[in-house]
Each structure stands twice: as C-alpha cells, then as structure tokens.
Design a protein around this ligand. Structure first.
Ligand SMILES: O=C(O)CCC(=O)C(=O)O
Length: 328
C-alpha cells in the first residue's frame, strides 16, 4: 500500500528537506582540494618542503607512481595481540556494539553480531570505533606518521572491516563505492593480523592503476549508491585498461604487523581462495582528512566519534538493520 501524501506529511517532508537537512549538513572544508596534494601539479614543491630523508622520499615517489606503499612491521606485537583479543571478545558476544555484514544466497545483511556467523562469510564492521585496541593499532606511530604525511595533521578513520577469510571481491576502485566528498581525499590500509599465505585469497592489485581513467555508471557519475546493482562490465573495465597499458597484477603476502596503504584510485580486490579453510586475518580501514565528509555523515548529528591523541579521530555511523540484494 502506498503512503498517502496528506498535507501534514507534505509539510513534514518539506521541513526536513529545506530546514532540518541544511541546518545539520556537514560541510566540506573548502581548503580541501578535489585531489590530495600528492596528485596535484604542486606535489614536487610540497615534497621538497617535507624535507624527508632519501628512503622516505623514494617511498612517496613510489606512492605517487604506483598508488601504494608497504610499511613492514609497522604495528608492534603488543598492539596486534590486544586487537586479536578484542576480535575474540567480539565473537564471544562481549561487545554488543559490534555489527556484522553477512550473506544469504542473494542478499547482504547488516545485523548486530551473533557468534554463529563466524564460521560463515562475513565482515566485522567498524571495530576501530568500538574497540580501544583497534584504535590503538591505527595510532601505531609507524602507521600514523604516514597517514599524516599523506592526509595532513587531522585525520579521520571513517570505516573499517575485520576479515577472517578471503573475500574474492572483484577488482574495483574504492571511489566508486565508498561515499566521500571529495572522493579522492581518501586512503585505505590493509593491516595483516597474521602471516598471509598464498592461496588464502590474498589482496591483489594493479600497480599504477591509480592513474587509470575512471568507470562511468549509467547516470554518468563515478559513484554507485550502496545496494545498487554493479554493472556486468564493471570489473572488465579495469582488466581491459590494465591489459592495454600492461599494468602488473600483484598479490600482497605480508607478515603479521605489515601494512599496505593504498591510494583512493588503486584498483584492487581479493584473489581466489585456492587453499580450503585458510584464514587471512586483516583489518582494513578507510581514512580521510578532517573536513572531507563521508556519505553517511551528511547529518553531523548522526556521526559517532572517538578522538585519539595523535590527530587521529575515529568515526562511524550508527548502524540500522538492513538487507540489500547481492550483486556482482
Ligand atoms: O581484502 C580484500 O580481499 C579486499 C578488501 C577491499 O577490497 C576493500 O575493503 O575495499
């Protein structure tokens, strides 16, 4: 049955659109450019200003060229152990704030964690906000220093996922699915919580794909709303361009505590799981400079926030139970 548009309902909708939304709309900091500093023509000058030693400079030059950097052993054992304990505690049901993305044959569901989902395909959502141990991993000095070099003095971790097994996720570019304004003011980290073995569905990517022309969806834009069907030719777009330009396809086989930071434009995904029952424990987090606005935070009141000392703020949005059709 359709909703009847009574005068009261029409007035309420108008009040929400014209008064409430503008009043609480989170504003993008106008000092943020469309592109992060390292993608602008001014990057060479900014690099010189940073006065980095030769090895850090080489790392940033590789970042600009290839779209990623690997920080070996950036997370110390104490932080990793605390995070592993927090993940175990979450799975025992000890933390009622933790939610899980899980699946039926044709749907994606978002629900508060139930321990029996652990043995099924799933993602643990936003542990960075709900566990001090996960926040402490992101604030590890060897990682935080690079987040600040890339994104500036005030950085927000705005969503995270804990993976236990390979996702086999098709090749994609995050800006097409992770809603943020401006979309390219984002980096993501893949933190290995154990040594990753070949065949476990390790992360894979096209080296240098951060420079590839973007995919255009049917509406002409570069962003697909959550739950909208992914076009059939989406991943082939990336494979085709990568083949044309001869981009190397690589897999990430880190040791526990290693971190890969990827550029918003790096095309990546989960490789096939070829070793049955193998685990591939990792924490994936998306970051932006403070002043960029995640799609979920158009209304400032809806954002959950926890501040860490190092200029790092942890944010997420309050989850609601929902289900979406599974595509792709
Ligand atoms: O770890 C993976 O398999 C893929 C993760 C990923 O693509 C993402 O979170 O955007």
């Amino acid at each position: 049955m359709g909703l009847v548009r009574t005068p009261l309902r029409v007035a309420r909708e108008a009040a929400r659109r014209w008064v409430v939304q503008p009043l609480f709309r989170a504003r993008v900091d106008p000092r943020l450019g469309e592109r992060p500093w390292y993608d602008t023509p001014d990057a060479e000058r900014r690099l010189a200003e940073l006065k980095l030693d030769a090895s850090d400079r080489a790392r940033l030059e590789a970042w600009r060229r290839d779209g990623l950097m690997v920080l070996e052993g950036a997370i110390d054992e104490a932080r990793l152990e605390a995070l592993s304990a927090a993940v175990e505690a979450a799975w025992s049901g000890a933390n009622p704030r933790v939610w899980v993305e899980h699946y039926t044959a044709d749907e994606v569901l978002f629900d508060p964690l139930q321990p029996h989902w652990r043995s099924e395909p799933h993602k643990l959502l936003d542990l960075h906000l709900h566990s001090a141990a996960a926040g402490a991993v992101l604030a590890a000095p060897g990682l935080a220093r690079w987040l600040h070099l890339l994104l500036g003095p005030r950085v927000d971790a705005f969503q995270s996922l804990v993976f236990e097994r390979g996702t086999e996720q098709a090749m994609h570019r995050d800006t097409n699915f992770v809603g943020l304004t401006p979309p390219w003011q984002m980096v993501a980290t893949w933190i290995a919580l154990e040594d990753i073995e070949p065949g476990s569905g390790e992360l894979e990517y096209y080296l240098g794909s951060n420079h590839l022309a973007d995919y255009r969806f049917a509406d002409g834009g570069h962003y697909l709303e959550p739950g909208a069907p992914v076009p059939d030719d989406y991943s082939d777009h990336w494979h085709g361009l990568a083949a044309e330009l001869g981009l190397e396809r690589r897999r990430f086989l880190p040791k526990r505590g290693d971190v890969l930071i990827w550029h918003a434009g790096l095309v990546h995904g989960g490789s096939p799981v070829t070793v049955a029952d193998s685990t591939r424990r990792s924490l994936v987090t998306h970051f932006c400079p403070r002043g960029a606005v995640p799609a979920y935070a158009w209304d400032r009141r809806r954002r959950l926030t926890r501040r860490l000392d190092s200029g790092l703020r942890l944010t997420a949005f309050p989850r609601r139970r929902r289900r979406e059709r599974l595509t792709g």
